[in-house]
Ligand binder design. Structure first.
Ligand SMILES: *Cc1c(COP(=O)(O)O)cnc(C)c1O
Length: 374
């Protein structure tokens, strides 16, 4: 008789927090006791450490990852580098926030198909999407996999386009010897709790080497002000809480080891899942993927999800409906983006987190190996 089936949650934030629970509580207590809750020493310290970690001159803590991306584009508008109505090239399969940051600034998203092997923007399809109005390319390191390469950088240089990274899913990912977030002109980072570097609430950051962009973003996210009661831009209130900055400082210390746990799980899944109905993600170079998500594909995705659910394994879909098929973007519904749509039909995300136990990992592997699609 087999023991009771295991439960494998998709992501237990409680267990993830408990990995470093005492230190996190200590950091939160330090801020509570200090009496200083915004724009203080904790933000300054985190910004400095994060800049060193990513390998950039500047980090600006902001309220969330969506705002980070919004502020980068808005700053380029304020700097007269991009004008309203200009085009930004973006992968068609991404979380809606990448697209919202573009349309929020009255810019036009130009959707480019991903490659089915990497799930990232297909670099062979970028050049033909460039027009006179194109001012930027936003790459998204989706699922934690680096989307940057020299070809994309060379295109941006050739056509004088800003290269913006959406680094919401890929903190700590490397391309050669550089971190994602340091590869383009500017990057938006999210510290949403479920991300690889997650706060205990909302948070985000912009990283860049550009001094003017840094000053502009910092001002925009602080009501458009860099001097008290003097307003240069119609900004908003979009700041990172001191308590979150302190918690992020603790979690940043463990980011590389937590990412290594994710990579080890991914490697085990790739080695030991052996089922003709399941397409595993490519696992080319250890460094270029921090496995925010472990995406598999299968023809009958909903059937696989129910099967795993019946066995106590919780999965998620990233994402069920692509941006151009969402109600809010009905003007793009006519677009034919078959690779994007195929991924959205077939993708299923298996549990992957630094808090998973070996028993849980083995159980996921054994269970998925028993699945049949007929
Ligand atoms: C999470 C995410 C964002 C937005 O970050 P928030 O902090 O939730 O606003 C942006 N882009 C991608 C790809 C994301 O996964």
């Amino acid at each position: 008789m087999i023991a009771d089936k295991l439960q494998v949650p998709f992501l237990s934030l409680k267990n993830v927090t408990e990995l470093h629970g005492d230190e996190i509580r200590e950091a939160a207590r330090r801020v509570i006791d200090s009496g200083w809750y915004l724009q203080g020493a904790e933000n300054a310290a985190f910004e400095k450490t994060y800049s060193q970690y990513i390998g950039v001159k500047h980090t600006i803590g902001v309220a969330n990852g969506l705002d980070a991306l919004i502020w980068i584009l808005r700053a380029y508008i304020e700097m007269d580098i991009i004008q309203c109505g200009d085009e930004v090239i973006v992968p068609a399969n991404t979380y809606i926030a990448s697209i919202l940051a573009i349309t929020e600034n009255k810019l036009i998203p130009v959707f480019v198909e991903p490659s089915i092997g990497t799930y990232n923007i297909d670099d062979t399809k970028i050049e033909s999407a460039i027009t006179k109005k194109t001012k930027a390319v936003m790459i998204v390191h989706l699922y934690g996999r680096c989307s940057y390469n020299e070809k994309i950088a060379a295109l941006c240089k050739q056509y004088n386009l800003k290269l913006i990274e959406d680094n919401a899913q890929s903190h700590g990912c490397l391309y050669k010897n550089q971190k994602t977030g340091a590869l383009g002109d500017a990057a938006g980072h999210s510290f949403y709790p479920g991300k690889n570097l997650g706060a205990l609430g909302d948070g985000g950051a912009v990283t860049t080497n550009d001094d003017k962009l840094e000053r502009t973003v910092r001002s925009l996210a602080n009501y458009g002000s860099s001097k008290k009661y003097i307003f240069d831009y119609t900004g908003r209130n979009s700041r990172l809480d001191e308590i979150q900055a302190a918690i992020l400082g603790v979690k940043l210390k463990y980011l590389d080891s937590d990412n290594n746990k994710r990579k080890n799980i991914a490697q085990k899944y790739c080695q030991d899942i052996n089922n003709p109905a399941i397409i595993l993600p490519e696992f080319p170079k250890q460094d270029e993927n921090v496995f925010h998500i472990f995406p598999v594909r299968t023809k009958q995705r909903d059937r696989l999800q129910s099967f795993l659910g019946e066995h106590g394994i919780e999965t998620q879909i990233h994402y069920p409906v692509p941006p151009h098929k969402q109600k809010c973007y009905s003007e793009y519904a006519y677009l034919s983006l078959p690779v994007t749509e195929q991924i959205h039909h077939e993708e299923l995300s298996l549990p992957i987190s630094p808090a998973l136990t070996d028993t849980q990992i083995d159980y996921v592997i054994d269970t998925i190996n028993k699945y049949t699609d007929s």
